[in-house]
Design a protein. Structure first.
Length: 535
């Protein structure tokens, strides 16, 4: 039977509940338990796919094409598992299911209500996740902060669920903030007490508290919190800000979080295998080299918009004992070749990540041009491949004003165009080419070299494609198509073989990189950049 851990947040949002959930997941897996993680987001959007990255940060794409919250990225990276649509539940998707059922008459004339119908649907998602993934332990993280109106149905559903599964089969972990007042040199516990009181007023007594703090929490402060909040002293866990998010599992483990969780859930406390994770942290903390990587995008004010790209670069850095310094380039600010040179002359590698819409495109094309002409290792991701194709068409194949029809419907050379099956699609939610597709790799290419395989699977999220009508012109001009769909109709990876590393892909490799298993394309980029720097 699956046991459940419910993680809620108190005092403020952006506490890093996702990292706590992911870290606990890692620790339980290291004890030999099978773990799955589910994120409940209280907003009304059916999924985050239609939200601006400024609102929400990155949209993480799962193997099955689910467009999900970026916390699923943390879960996949920490736990080294693949999740799917059932692992991300939003209020919007819950209401949609209930309203659709009502329209089909499935409630047989009943008044459809928050309790029991909405809460019932939320509970059934929990049950479904445990049936599908069959974990020993399901960690369910509730987005938002305790006290939000929006998250109330989720909290009520958890209260009911906990009563139904009974004690020792579920536990509640409340993650809160201890603000530090530098003037008096004090950590304040009052907001935590209030937050726990609110949670209790909803019928949930947390079994554990995780305290987010800038400075270490003393034993007496922990004991005081335990007393006020009716939590075991051993279950008051400190989670201080750390240099790397990957240090969090070991930091929590040192305080006995895993043993305490297992005790609360009446599960056996087996020995932990954390040797490899400790090796990873050792590598992270002792880099031998340093590289500066430019990321040229349009959502650069919010780093969360590119979180998987950033993590993937770091993973490749870990593998190569290299600290990665990021240089964010707002592509809109690059208007000329001189601008590109001024911003990029000191970087070791360049990434143009995914994106939508025309804003900043001409700047990205200047960035690609700089990378290609100056042999700076380049990795293009989705839009970054489309930009590479457009730049190559314009400046090498001399197809004047070549463009994607996303940015210029009347371009004389539609080198990137809408996919045929996308032309008649009306809505915007979950209608792109989404999820995992196979890709055939051509021999004697960089892609073949780094993947070490002829057939790979990668995750997609786009509407537009390389226009195969331009395949001959562009390949004659020197572009290599190194990855295609198995029927060879769609170009999935392009390369410019004159450069040491100029590789761009239509898919999003950043969704499959893991801290201990960096993605081959990111590893290729970093290895080449390092070799160039050291030569
Ligand atoms: N806007 C482009 C498309 O829809 C690229 C999408 C992306 O980078 N994720 O095809």
């Amino acid at each position: 039977m699956t046991k459940y851990i419910f993680i809620t947040g108190g005092v403020v949002s952006s506490l890093g509940k996702g990292i706590v959930a992911a870290s606990l997941g890692r620790l339980l897996v290291s004890r030999g338990y099978k773990v799955s993680v589910q994120k409940f987001d209280p907003y009304i959007n059916v999924d985050p796919g239609t939200m601006s990255p400024f609102q929400h940060g990155e949209v993480f794409v799962c193997e099955d094409g689910a467009e999900t919250d970026l916390d699923l990225g943390h879960y996949e990276r920490f736990i080294d598992t693949n999740l799917s649509q059932i692992n991300n539940v939003t209020s919007g998707s819950v209401y949609q299911t209930v309203i659709n059922k009502e329209r089909r008459g499935e409630y047989l004339g009943a008044t459809v209500q928050m309790i029991p119908h909405i809460t019932g649907e939320i509970k059934s998602r929990l049950t479904l996740a445990s049936k599908r993934n069959n974990p020993d332990i399901l960690i369910a993280e509730i987005g938002g902060t305790i006290g939000d109106i929006e998250s109330l149905p989720f909290i009520e559903a958890i209260r009911q669920f906990r009563a139904e599964v009974g004690p020792q089969n579920s536990m509640s972990i409340h993650v809160t903030l201890l603000p530090y007042l530098p003037t008096s040199g004090e950590l304040k516990t009052k907001p935590t007490q209030h937050s726990v009181n609110v949670l209790r007023s909803y019928g949930i007594q947390p079994e554990m508290l995780v305290l987010r703090t800038q400075v270490p929490v003393s034993k007496s402060e922990k004991d005081k919190i335990a007393l006020f909040c009716s939590v075991n002293k051993e279950s008051v866990i400190e989670c201080k800000d750390l240099k790397s998010i990957y240090e969090v599992p070991l930091y929590l483990e040192k305080q006995g979080i895993t043993s305490q969780v297992l005790k609360t859930l009446n599960l056996e406390d087996k020995p932990a295998d954390l040797v490899q994770w400790a090796d990873l942290i050792n590598k992270i903390n002792n880099p031998k080299h340093e590289l500066t990587v430019a990321i040229a995008g349009k959502y650069t004010e919010l780093n969360d918009a590119y979180i998987s790209v950033v993590e993937s670069l770091k993973h490749a850095g870990f593998q190569n004992d290299t600290k990665i310094n990021l240089k964010w380039i707002a592509s809109e600010e690059i208007l000329t070749d001189e601008d590109a040179k001024a911003h990029l002359c000191d970087v070791d590698a360049i990434v143009v990540p995914g994106g939508f819409g025309v804003r900043g495109i001409e700047g990205k094309l200047k960035v690609v041009k700089y990378a290609r002409e100056n042999n700076v290792p380049y990795l293009g991701l989705c839009l970054g491949m489309q930009c590479a194709v457009i730049e190559f068409a314009r400046n090498v194949a001399h197809l004047e004003d070549a463009n994607s029809t996303e940015f210029d419907k009347n371009t004389p050379h539609k080198v990137v165009d809408l996919m045929e099956e996308q032309k008649n699609i009306a809505g915007y939610g979950a209608t792109m080419r989404l999820g995992s597709y196979p890709c055939k790799i051509a021999p004697n290419t960089k892609a073949r070299e780094v993947y070490g395989s002829d057939l790979i699977l990668e995750r997609h999220r786009h509407r537009f494609e390389f226009n195969s009508e331009y395949k001959d012109i562009l390949t004659k001009a020197g572009l290599v198509i190194s990855g295609t769909s198995p029927d060879e109709l769609l170009a999935e990876i392009v390369e410019y073989p004159k450069n040491d590393w100029f590789v761009a892909c239509q898919f999003h490799p950043e969704f499959k990189s893991r801290p201990q298993k960096p993605h081959p394309l990111f590893d290729g980029l970093i290895k080449t950049a390092l070799k160039k720097k050291l030569s």
